[in-house]
Design a protein around this ligand. Structure first.
Ligand code: NAD
Length: 376
């Protein structure tokens, strides 16, 4: 069983799919691990550290030659995978809805694409879930990046020169990223409020010491929603939400938006007119900027100033914490493959529930129900 890991080639990608700890763990299972030279440098992992953990350091083409499994953060171009075993697995983030062409190319190339973002939200798969591990770090980083752009302090400070008032932070969308954003903003000393369409988040917001701000007159999503995910909301709900946000947002200094709907463009939560009501110097961090944006006028990797408000968002937020993001991503991959390791076959053998959910291509065809349109 040969596992290959390449240097990530996507623009701005600093993460790497394996760390020395997981090299050792795969080796202990009986696999040989080949890593492209320099693959970990942007995540602060030296070639030497990989070599000491037992990996073979080599060129991309040699690493892939004869590989049974390729691990990546973002699925590599198929051209890079020539020489892998026929039917080799590639476990990575595929952005399957956003990049259907890449999925087709994997099918044509006879590769088995395993999309880690399609991991089902079931208890036993929690440790394999890259969306959770990366969103958690993204929620943390969004608050730090916003704090850095904010010309004031977060905590209340009583000094000899006078008192600094605490910043007010509003978190919109309370999934994994939003919960971490609430916790981080609280730790920095801000007064935090938060909103979501899923009613189950109300208690979670309160338990973190923040104030829930919810649409009361139109029903949102009862409980967790399907698989923990939100759906698109009715026109009536959106109007009620816009009203609520308008009255709340004018008093906020920091707004972090995290709202996503799987397979759809991110919902628009903040309009230019609402931004105009905010105080100059306020900061909005749009964590959904790469999925279409929750905020009117947000541009990936730029700080846009509108009405004196700074609007920002990263195209790849976890890539701003490459060492921790890589460590968690790589453990997600290890937890996934090791959970299915068949000692006799000396390789992982996936079951239907998880294998069927993540597998995009097999035997030259696209096989995933969500992509074939019958599973959504
Ligand atoms: P997500 O990234 O898909 O969305 C972020 C948040 O935005 C969600 O809370 C969603 O409800 C909210 N949202 C969507 N549209 C909105 C709108 N119009 N206005 C306001 N908010 C809106 O979600 P996520 O972070 O991946 O997690 C969602 C849930 O799934 C959480 O409750 C999480 O605990 C759960 N989860 C479970 C597992 C598991 O059991 N294995 C793993 C991960 C997450």
């Amino acid at each position: 069983m040969r596992i290959a890991v390449l240097k990530e080639r996507a623009h701005g990608e600093t993460r790497v799919a394996i760390i020395p700890e997981t090299v050792k763990k795969f080796t202990a299972l009986g696999a040989a691990v080949a890593v492209e030279t320099g693959a970990g440098l942007s995540a602060s992992v030296s070639d030497q550290a990989y070599a000491e953990a037992g990996a073979e350091l080599t060129t991309a083409a040699e690493a892939v030659a004869g590989a049974d499994i390729v691990l990546a953060v973002q699925a590599p171009d198929v051209a890079l995978l020539h020489g892998a075993k026929p039917g080799a697995w590639v476990a990575a983030a595929f952005d399957p809805f956003g990049q259907p062409g890449r999925v087709d190319a994997y099918a044509k190339g006879g590769l088995e694409a395993l999309a880690m973002e399609f991991m089902p939200r079931i208890t036993r798969a929690q440790s394999m879930d890259i969306l959770s591990s990366q969103s958690n770090l993204a929620g943390y980083k969004a608050v730090l990046a916003a704090a850095d752009q904010y010309g004031r302090a977060f905590p209340m400070m009583m000094t000899a020169a006078g008192t600094i008032t605490a910043a007010r932070a509003f978190i919109m969308g309370v999934g994994v990223a939003g919960l971490q954003a609430i916790a981080t903003a609280r730790r920095l000393g801000a007064q935090v409020s938060a909103t979501d369409v899923r009613s189950a988040t109300k208690e979670q917001i309160q338990s973190l010491g923040a104030k829930p701000i919810f649409v009361e007159n139109v029903a949102g999503i009862e409980g967790e929603g399907s698989g923990g995910y939100a759906t698109e909301m009715s026109e009536e709900y959106r109007r009620a939400q816009a009203e609520l946000v308008s009255s709340h947002i004018a008093k906020q200094d920091i707004v972090i938006t995290t709202a996503l709907i799987p397979g759809r463009a991110a919902p628009r939560l903040i309009s230019d007119a609402q931004i105009a009501t905010m105080k100059p110097g306020s900061v909005i961090f749009d964590l959904a900027v790469a999925q279409g944006g929750n905020v009117e006028g947000s541009v990936p990797d730029q700080v846009v100033v509108k009405h004196g408000v700074r609007i920002m968002g990263f195209s790849n937020t976890p890539a701003h914490l490459p060492a921790d993001a890589s460590a968690l991503f790589s453990r997600n991959l290890f937890n996934f493959l090791s959970a299915f390791w068949d000692a006799e076959a000396q390789r992982p053998v996936l079951d239907e529930e998880i294998g069927g959910a993540v597998r995009l291509t097999q035997g030259g065809k696209v096989v995933n129900e969500r992509l074939l349109g019958s599973g959504e």
